[in-house]
Design a binder for this molecule. Structure first.
Ligand code: GTP
Ligand code: MG
Length: 314
């Protein structure tokens, strides 16, 4: 056995016993792209399944506050809950993550809840790859439900709709929020909508706009009609109905045999993320090749093929 296999073995043992510190250590190893983390993932992947809910929306829409309330609903039903707060904007612990921690603080004493922030780009597939890998670890640890909070919609680095079983888009009555959602094409990817901050004026109008837009949207697999929930995350109003909506969507996936397609899409996304990150890293270290492309001596395709050739990069 190599040293790495040995270390992985020892960690795996504690992980399987449900040791939360082993989970935390495993997540750190995976996040930083450490070989022991890779080894662990290989052994744990695909063994368990959680209901994975992606929560996305513009900055400050109330995603963390809403997640905090959804955790309560899940706990009421006896579910064990994992949370990943993904922050593409800050390389280390930035302001947003601090905010996430504070907003979900009350769950820290609850052994049925585990909350983790991710911001590193050290993993093989960048932040996107790290997110999916962390998700696999949380699933293997045995959580029943996992919430993944990501900022931004559409062209986000972590394409949450390809990773989650259920995608919830959080909008607010703030001017332009709905319009932006239409532009970014998220009408097609969101399975449910929450119009949060419904205590502020303009909520009804957003709901009407959403309804009209959804009438024009293409039909969904299995004939799913994305529901819209008014919520006030700050007080918890509307959150129970929203949680039931999440559950209904999951049951829809089960009833129509759609879960497997989601898992395949997640794996596809993961492979793509690794290729993309490889390409980015190798291109950074290939000044000569890039210069030749700039001079017109090589086509970008020829340079890319040379970079990805295993003979030059084992
Ligand atoms: N009025 C009102 N304010 C809310 C509501 N929900 C959240 N907020 C406030 O909105 C602000 C942002 O909430 P967060 O939960 O941090 O929002 P977020 O979407 O997670 O923000 P980022 O992670 O930074 O993108 C906080 O000051 C919340 O207290 C709501 O229903 N009504
Ligand atoms: Mg947040």
């Amino acid at each position: 056995m190599t040293v790495q296999e040995n270390q992985a073995e020892e960690l795996l043992h504690r992980f399987r016993q449900g040791d939360v510190r082993a989970l935390a250590r495993a997540l750190t190893l995976v996040e930083s792209g450490h070989p022991v983390g890779q080894e662990l993932l290989k052994r744990l992947r695909g063994q368990a399944r959680a209901k994975v809910v992606g929560i996305t929306g513009s900055p400050g829409a109330g995603k963390s506050t809403l997640t905090d309330r959804l955790i309560l609903e899940a706990r009421k039903r006896g579910e064990r809950v994992g949370v990943l707060a993904v922050d593409p904007s800050s390389p280390f612990t930035g302001g947003a993550i601090l905010g996430d921690r504070i907003r979900m603080m009350r769950h820290h004493q609850d052994p049925g809840v585990y909350i983790r922030s991710l911001a590193s780009r050290g993993a093989l597939g960048g932040l996107a790859g790290a997110t999916v890998a962390a998700l696999a670890l949380l699933e293997a640890f045995g959580f029943d439900r996992i919430f993944v909070e990501t900022v931004g919609v559409g062209q986000s680095e972590v394409d949450i709709a390809r990773v989650a079983d259920t995608t919830l888009l959080v909008l607010t009555p703030a001017a332009g929020d709905a319009v932006q959602a239409f532009k970014a094409g998220v009408m097609e990817i969101a399975d449910l909508f929450a119009v949060n901050k419904f205590d502020l004026p303009g909520g009804e109008r957003i709901i009407q706009e959403l309804k009209s837009a959804l009438e024009l949207a293409p039909p969904r697999p299995g004939g799913w009609h994305p529901p819209i929930y008014p919520t006030v995350a700050a007080t918890g109003e509307g959150v129970e109905a929203l949680f039931e909506g999440l559950e209904a969507h999951y049951q829809h996936l089960v009833a129509h045999g759609l879960l497997e397609a989601h898992r395949l899409e997640r794996a596809r996304f993961e492979v793509e993320s690794v290729i993309q990150e490889w390409g980015r890293k190798r291109t950074q270290g290939a000044g000569d090749l890039v210069a030749r492309v700039a001079r017109g001596e090589l086509s970008p395709e020829e340079a890319a093929l040379a970079l990805l050739d295993p003979k030059t990069h084992p």
